[in-house]
Ligand binder design. Structure first.
Ligand code: SF4
Length: 905
């Protein structure tokens, strides 16, 4: 088939960028930003621009696999047998233990149509509210915040507000990494209107701070105190909109009393900032013609997540900064369709159309529409509760779709024990390589990005049509179709003889049934259809029947969807995060994102290019903290919490404060033995039930692991990964990553207390192709040192260093450069392990700063030394000229070369 282009949507974050997929009907060949999509106008970030490089077929689930005993391996089966078996097990479990003995755990990456059929399956057919999604880990505190303060789960703003605002406050979000295309829009707006104030509130000095006029590096978890302190000043200085408060809100009186105690001095001390910073922040908010706040996981993933959201919205209500251009509270959605999930009712407490499962009237409305007698009354389990109940044995059959709880949930030991104990686990997933896959009794291959059709809603309530470009590989099927097939089989057993509830034959039909459940609700989608989106392009809800375009901004009339039409000031006092620093756990672990990886890396972890910027897990610590612990960059430590530990390398970062540590959220057990969530905690917010993934008490313990391993092998990385990962599992420290661009390779670093059995090394060598053929080898059994390099046609193909690995960076660089010269041969056959030249001893590999143009950190630094500014670097090296994701880091390097950065007042 000839080359063609299909307009679709990026599958990563909640910005919801439009992409143009280039393909030949069989394979995706390229991707570019869709200039016509109003979220991104043609721009993509480094992750979106690499979409066509991800999704390695070798990592995909291609056909159903089933095992009939926990200790047995899964074997291939056909769809008919797989789904019939699942239906039989679910029906038998429900018959014996009741509908609440089964549960569904979904994902913010599912399409709206997928979500809807799952909801109908769980609530109308099975009769349980045990249906929750990983959005519980992401947006549920924002949902509670919007509902308590404004009356509905509806972000009131549009992306264009970023361009129109006079004062933008970014809270708890490294927007430069997590929502890069929106950050580019903000950068551009600030460039055009430098008088626009940007405030960043984040315990760390991230790349987002590069844009900030004011950075408040508050102590983790103190946001509510800060917002109350700002409100205190707004009230004291009279920087409030009394007419708006009077006409459109209620509840200020008790809040006023509460915030009277949040004096500038007390708040500054509690938050670890100075009074001048607090006053400047309040003044900019209180006097700006328009004020917009943007936030993400820093507020949501907290035991006070709901209070943080409402305390922030209080500032908008007090200043009347809502419902106007450039103004309003605006949550940045983590996942691509977390909002679609909320719309369809895919949190256990919700029902489709922004209804509540606990509301009898809402249950009756949905039951009537679905043609069933009633919907279940009993409260459903939220993510953390759900896995607790799986562990305790109450849930006996668990259906997981498109998510990876064995990587993403906190307190992994408990989660894994739960999955191990569950009698029947179904995993509906595009990738067979995720951490959750080994726990699946039944693995159902799902279609992935570019292979399925449906809709998603992005952060600004905009619904886009996600279009299929190519056929899914193997026997993979779209999620909605798998669910419908299963539901039809299950209803034959649960509702024999009754007409089917699941007569859908295509996703557009699912959407059409679903949308009528939104009629007359705040999110009314009745005017939207797949065909309309194809005609008019992506649209923002509400979009009721009869209108011609969507709604850019909510609450312009000051009327809120509450019982009396007034927004509500919420009066929650500040409460400290659950795990405070103490003598046993003196550090606070903060988690966050990397620029080029996404969530659990099931997709981004298949592209070597996306490891170029950060290649492996590093625990960032302030230089003083490193000194205090007598640690150097690259040293290994055991990071311990009350729940578990993980061994990880440390790195110096003066962007975080002493007393804190930072570790990216992405590294699961596949890439870092144990995974980061071995240490995080499952304590959750009492209202939103969102866990406090961002804040755990930890300590560092020294490890003595003198025996090191370094291995690299190019070729089929997935195959090598699968073969070598289990073999290396006995090492105390184990890190795997990908490297290279044109010739991807698997990279393994390991450390252990003593040399392993020689047979294990032999097995590793065998898998690395180092046990025969053109291999240069040197062994010193007395010192337990060994080196092996395979060279074919003058190029290094595989490397293994054991015992000590001083030459690893030097060898890695030789491999990257495609060199295998005489110097290498001499070093290989010499008894000493030290590589030629000092650089190989300590310098880390030269990371890729600009992924699009493959420009290294060293090249940028050399350019800066030559006196180039940003424009000069762009012109000479090409960096920052495409997606722009590297620009904040380049600016930081430029600023650091000029003088130390001083963003704060
Ligand atoms: Fe995808 Fe990047 Fe756009 Fe997010 S900002 S939707 S990851 S291209």
């Amino acid at each position: 088939m000839s080359r063609q282009t299909t307009a679709s949507t990026c599958c990563y974050c909640g910005v919801g960028c439009g992409v143009l997929i280039e393909h030949d009907g069989q394979q995706i060949l390229g991707v570019s930003g869709d200039p016509a999509h109003p979220a991104n106008f043609g721009k993509l970030c480094s992750k979106g621009a690499c979409l066509h490089l991800t999704g390695d077929l070798a990592a995909r689930a291609l056909y159903p696999q089933l095992r009939l005993g926990k200790r047995l391996p899964r074997s291939r089966t056909d769809w008919d047998s797989a789904l019939q078996h699942a239906a039989n097990v679910f029906a038998a479990t429900i018959a014996e233990h009741g509908p609440d003995s089964v549960a569904f755990y979904l994902s913010g990456q599912l399409l709206t149509e997928d979500y809807y059929v799952f909801n109908k399956l769980a609530r109308a057919l099975v009769g349980t509210n045990n249906i929750d999604s990983n959005s519980r880990l992401c947006m549920s505190s924002a949902v509670v915040g919007y509902k308590r303060s404004l009356g509905a789960d509806a972000p009131p703003c549009s992306y264009e507000d970023l361009e129109q605002s006079d004062c933008v406050m970014i809270v708890g979000s490294n927007m430069a990494y997590a929502h890069p295309v929106l950050f580019r829009r903000l950068e551009q707006a600030k460039r055009l209107r430098p008088q626009m104030k940007v405030i960043v509130i984040d315990p760390r000095r991230t790349d987002t701070c590069d844009l900030a006029d004011l950075h408040l590096a508050i102590l983790p978890g103190t946001d509510v105190a800060l917002f109350h302190g700002i409100l205190h000043l707004l009230l004291w200085e009279g920087w409030v909109d009394r007419a708006f408060i009077e006409a459109h809100t209620e509840g200020l009186a008790p809040l006023k009393t509460l915030v009277r105690d949040y004096t500038p001095h007390m708040v500054a001390q509690l938050c670890g900032i100075n009074v001048e910073q607090l006053q400047a922040c309040a003044q900019w908010i209180g006097t700006a013609p328009s004020f917009l706040s943007l936030w993400c996981m820093g507020l949501n993933q907290s035991t006070s997540g709901s209070a943080k959201n409402s305390a922030l919205i209080n500032l908008h209500l007090a200043t009347g900064q809502i419902g106007r251009p450039g103004a309003g509270p605006f949550s940045l959605t983590g996942q691509p369709n977390a909002m679609g999930g909320r719309e369809t009712g895919s949190l256990s407490n919700l029902l489709p159309g922004h209804r509540e499962a606990a509301n009898p009237e809402h249950r009756a409305q949905v039951a009537h529409y679905w043609g069933v007698e009633q919907l279940p009354e009993r409260t459903g389990l939220t993510a953390i509760e759900l896995f607790e109940q799986v562990k305790s044995g109450r849930i006996k059959a668990l259906w997981i779709a498109c998510t990876n709880p064995a990587q993403s949930l906190p307190d992994q030991q408990s989660v894994r024990a739960a999955l191990e104990a569950c009698p029947f686990v179904v995993l509906q997933e595009a990738f067979r390589t995720t951490e959750t896959a080994p726990f699946a009794d039944l693995l159902l291959p799902a279609a992935s990005w570019g292979e399925k059709d449906g809709t998603v809603t992005n952060s600004e309530r905009r619904i886009s049509h996600v279009r299929r470009a190519i056929k899914a590989p193997g026997e993979a099927r779209p999620d909605w179709a798998i669910t419908v097939d299963f539901a039809q089989r299950l209803e034959q057993q649960l509702r024999p003889g009754k007409p089917s509830l699941f007569t859908f034959t295509e996703p557009a039909q699912v959407f059409d049934e679903y949308k009528h459940l939104t009629q007359g609700r705040d999110l009314d989608l009745c005017g939207i259809s797949h065909a309309l989106l194809d005609r008019l392009g992506p649209q923002q809800w509400p979009f009721p029947s009869g209108v011609e375009h969507g709604t850019a901004r909510l609450y312009g009339d000051g009327v809120f969807p509450t019982a009396n039409g007034r927004a509500q000031f919420v009066c929650d006092p500040y409460q400290a995060a659950k795990e405070q620093r103490d003598a046993r756990f003196p550090l606070t672990l903060i988690t966050g994102r990397l620029r080029d990886q996404w969530h659990g890396m099931s997709r981004t972890g298949t592209a070597a290019q996306l490891f170029g910027h950060v290649s492996e897990a590093v625990l960032s610590l302030h230089p003083d903290e490193l000194r205090r612990h007598r640690l150097q960059n690259g040293d290994l430590v055991s990071l311990k919490s009350r729940r578990g530990s993980v061994i990880v390398a440390v790195g110096s970062d003066d962007g975080i404060r002493p007393g804190q540590a930072f570790l990216p959220m992405h590294w699961g057990d596949r890439f870092l033995k144990g995974g980061i969530n071995a240490v995080t905690q499952s304590a959750f917010d009492p209202l939103s039930k969102q866990p406090e993934l961002k804040h755990s008490g930890v300590r560092l313990e020294p490890v003595h692991l003198p025996w090191h391993l370094f291995a690299l092998i190019e070729g089929n990385v997935q195959q090598h990964f699968e073969a070598l990962r289990p073999l290396c599992d006995s090492f105390s420290y184990l890190s795997l990553s990908l490297t290279g661009r044109e010739r991807p390779a698997l990279l393994i670093r390991a450390a252990h207390a003593q040399a392993p059995d020689s047979l294990l090394l032999k097995d590793i060598d065998h898998l690395l192709g180092l046990s025969h053929g053109p291999v240069l080898a040197y062994d010193d059994p007395r010192r337990a040192i060994g080196k092996r390099v395979r060279i074919e046609q003058g190029r290094i193909i595989a490397i293994r260093l054991a015992g000590e690995t001083l030459a690893q960076h030097w060898l890695h660089n030789l491999w990257l450069e495609g060199r295998a010269d005489e110097q290498l041969r001499r070093w290989l056959l010499a008894p000493m392990s030290t590589p030629p030249g000092a650089a190989g001893l300590s310098s880390p590999n030269n990371k890729t700063l600009c992924n699009c143009k493959n420009v290294s950190l060293n090249a940028v630094c050399a350019g800066i030394e030559r006196g180039l500014d940003l424009d000069g670097l762009k012109q000479q090296l090409g960096c920052g000229t495409q997606c722009g994701s590297c620009i904040p880091e380049i600016k930081r390097l430029l600023a650091a070369s000029a003088q130390p950065i001083a963003i704060t007042l």
